[in-house]
Design a protein around this ligand. Structure first.
Ligand SMILES: NC(=O)c1ccc[n+]([C@@H]2O[C@H](COP(=O)([O-])OP(=O)(O)OC[C@H]3O[C@@H](n4cnc5c(N)ncnc54)[C@H](OP(=O)(O)O)[C@@H]3O)[C@@H](O)[C@H]2O)c1
Length: 245
């Protein structure tokens, strides 16, 4: 008589990272998208507490002053750990300049300011605020922009903004590789919010073509709730679509 060999097949479904309940920190909570995140999280029953920080809040941070990033994170250490940190700080234009349309518009001051705010500040925020992440399960989202995708660049222009977000994406990816070793249950994500009606998009017909911030943050939060460990180091759109670097 032939003996039948039985083996047990275990199908593992990857686990979602964001626990219930969770505590959240929104960096840049004075902005259009940042304040909409605070509002959404305050009203979400799974969120047991949300802290918002910005240039003029308690424990302020100003990306023009890198030392303020470490000071802010240190001051908030006792309020942690956080299971969700969302960094929404970013600039596209200022009172002194608009995004460059052509090579002849490139200038050092604009590059330096954009890189300070869109790249170096968020990277140092990963350095200091990742220490406040819950090692058991947590997510640190940094808002990037699809125009920072090198592969997706079809229109050109916006040199310093595109480059600052492309460099930010590289830093998030690189940090995610290190974090996979040191904090394997934490995920680092670059997220594109879509076009949102805000002060940042206003000069570019943001009011006409942008969505209300409440809709954008609701979509992004749905994506965040479904993130898995394996998603760390990805560039993800508000719709959940993985974007090319
Ligand atoms: N809106 C869009 O269509 C769109 C599209 C793609 C990507 N994004 C990205 O989404 C993020 C949020 O954009 P938003 O539309 O909400 O813009 P926003 O309303 O202009 O908010 C920008 C935020 O950045 C902060 N900020 C600017 N300079 C700073 C500095 N030196 N130090 C610290 N904080 C500083 C602002 O603080 P203050 O209030 O103190 O000025 C504000 O909290 C940005 O990273 C942006 O690149 C937006």
């Amino acid at each position: 008589m032939t003996k039948l060999a039985y083996s047990t097949v275990v199908i593992k479904t990857p686990l979602k990272i964001l626990p219930n309940p969770f505590r959240a920190l929104v960096i840049g909570s004075s902005g259009t998208i940042g304040s909409a995140f605070v509002e959404l999280l305050k009203n979400n029953p799974s969120c047991s507490g949300v802290v918002g920080i910005h240039r003029h809040s308690e424990h302020p941070l100003d990306y023009q002053n890198p030392a303020s990033i470490e000071a802010s994170a240190n001051a908030l250490a006792a309020a942690g750990p956080f299971q969700l940190i969302i960094n929404t700080i970013g600039v596209l234009h200022s009172k002194d300049w608009m995004p460059e349309k052509k090579i002849d518009d490139l200038n050092a001051e604009q590059f330096i300011e954009l890189f300070k705010i869109n790249t170096i500040g968020p990277a140092l925020s990963i350095r200091y605020f990742s220490k406040l992440l819950d090692p058991k399960n947590s997510i640190l989202i940094t808002l990037s922009a699809k125009v920072g995708s090198i592969e997706d660049n079809r229109l050109g222009g916006w040199y310093s903004y595109r480059a600052s977000k492309a460099a930010l994406n590289m830093l998030i990816k690189t940090a995610s590789i290190e974090l996979a070793r040191t904090k394997p249950n934490a995920a680092l994500i670059a997220m594109h919010p879509g076009t949102v009606n805000s002060s940042l998009s206003k000069p570019f017909r943001g009011e006409q073509i942008g969505r209300p911030a409440a809709d954008a943050v609701s979509d992004m939060f749905t994506v965040m709730q479904n993130l898995k460990k394996e998603d760390s180091g990805s560039f993800i759109s508000y719709s959940g679509e993985k974007l090319p670097w």
